[in-house]
Design a protein around this ligand. Structure first.
Ligand SMILES: [Zn+2]
Length: 426
């Protein structure tokens, strides 16, 4: 039997094992924030992988944003060497999950297996993907011990809160440099037939408009910072939002509504703080002297960060030129440039061929509207040959009664194993 057929059959045979590994991972509640039980889940993975011939490193991201003695940021990197030197294929999964929230009908941390699904917080995002990649790597190494190169599996902290105590920290330490790792697959829940090439960019900023404090009965003696912010919003409604909506991208972003530039007003705070709920009095009559808005601007591969910032600043300057007393400060909070791996990059063509073989259909190529850990691999690691590919339905991520389909995990694992056979010479 050909190797691809043997890989396919052996992974089908390990269906129960994939489901049980997913269940075991769900049973370690790694809620972030604050980032609980990272060490426990890394220990579980270390036991499993070291018994299967992987050299395992447990790494605490000391000094990283979010790391503390109370909530240490533990990460695992496991590496299985082949029979001779060669390229390295790396699977990266985040181990953190978001809070539980309301509306569950099953125990979120039991890992219930029922009707071909595994339920629980993190089932699809992304402990099912982690389990699929582990079984794919184990089966490939078992059936093809003469392969050349290496397979790595990393399990990393804090993706849900930006990845600074996880992939960013590992990338800073050199774990994702092109001389060390040649192909990266991130098994996020993009669906088993889709290859995610990258993500849009993001620019977060805080805008503050200034005024002058005064008595609320004589507002003409003060200067209302909230009205100045109102002028900004009016200008955005009239000019900026229509301009962004008209700016279309060649990136295959899903959902389609995100195939354009977008801007969200994240928050606005102006004037007095809201009073505590147990305070029974009235607020004082004061003209607000400050109003702050946080914006979340998502931009396209066709745009530069500098242009995005300049477009916003020019709008503020136009208002400034015609509106008496208009003063503002604009502070950058956070930015990530867009990234999109080429469709003919080796990891893309290998996974695409494996999808055709396992599922009998062409893959869809997609781009994520929001960022994920690929941003650090791209920017810090300078590694371009990277995609997200994994089982699970993206819409179920962060929802109550989150689940992952067992058959989907099996098929994704088959795709990953076939991609390994394609990428690692023998
Ligand atoms: Zn995720």
């Amino acid at each position: 039997m050909a190797l691809t057929d043997r890989l396919h059959a052996e992974i089908a045979h390990r269906e129960t094992g994939i489901a049980e590994l997913t269940r075991d991972l769900i049973r370690v509640p790694t809620i972030n924030p604050p980032g609980e039980n990272y060490r426990e889940i890394c220990d579980l993975l270390a036991r499993r992988l070291s018994a299967r011939g992987f050299a395992v490193e447990l790494l605490r991201a000391e000094g990283a944003r979010g790391d503390s003695d109370r909530y240490p940021r533990w990460n695992l990197v496991a590496r299985r060497e082949g029979a001779a030197p060669g390229p390295c294929v790396h699977f990266n999964s985040h181990i953190d999950v978001v809070e539980v929230g309301q509306g569950w009908t099953v125990d979120p941390f039991e890992g219930l297996i029922r009707d071909g699904r595994v339920y629980g917080r993190g089932a699809c995002d992304m402990k099912g993907g982690l389990a699929a990649s582990i079984v794919a790597a184990e089966v490939f190494a078992d059936l093809c011990p003469q392969f050349r190169g290496a397979i790595e599996i990393s399990a990393t902290a804090d993706e849900e809160t930006g990845g600074y105590g996880g992939v960013a920290w590992l990338a800073e330490k050199g774990y994702f440099t092109p001389d060390r790792v040649q192909h990266v697959i991130i098994p996020e829940p993009l669906n088993k037939d889709r290859i995610c090439l990258g993500h849009r960019g993001v620019w977060w900023a805080e805008l503050e408009t200034h005024g002058r404090i005064g008595h609320g009965s004589m507002p003409f003696l003060g200067d209302c910072a909230v009205r100045h912010m109102g002028a900004v919003i009016a200008e955005m409604e009239q000019h900026l939002f229509p301009a962004l909506a008209a700016r279309r991208t060649a990136m295959p972003v899903v959902p389609e509504g995100a195939r354009q530039s977008t801007l969200n007003i994240n928050s606005i705070h102006g004037g007095q703080q809201e009073l505590p709920s147990d305070f029974t009095g009235f607020p004082a009559p004061v003209v607000p002297d400050s109003c702050r808005m946080v914006i979340d601007r998502r931009f396209l591969i066709e745009e530069e960060l500098e242009e995005v910032r300049a477009e916003f600043t020019e709008m503020l300057e136009r208002i400034s030129a015609r509106r008496p007393g208009f003063r503002y400060d604009l502070r950058d909070m956070h930015s990530v440039r867009p990234t999109m791996t080429d469709r003919d990059a080796p990891v893309v063509t290998a996974v695409a061929a494996a999808i055709r073989r396992v599922l009998g259909a062409d893959p869809d190529y997609v781009v994520s509207p929001g960022t994920y850990d690929q941003k650090h691999i791209d920017r810090i690691g300078r590694m371009k040959n990277c995609i997200a590919y994994g089982p699970g339905i993206l819409d179920l991520a962060h929802q109550p009664d989150e689940w992952v389909g067992i058959a989907d995990m099996v098929q994704s694992a088959q795709v990953m194993a076939l991609a390994l056979a394609d990428l690692l010479p023998r």
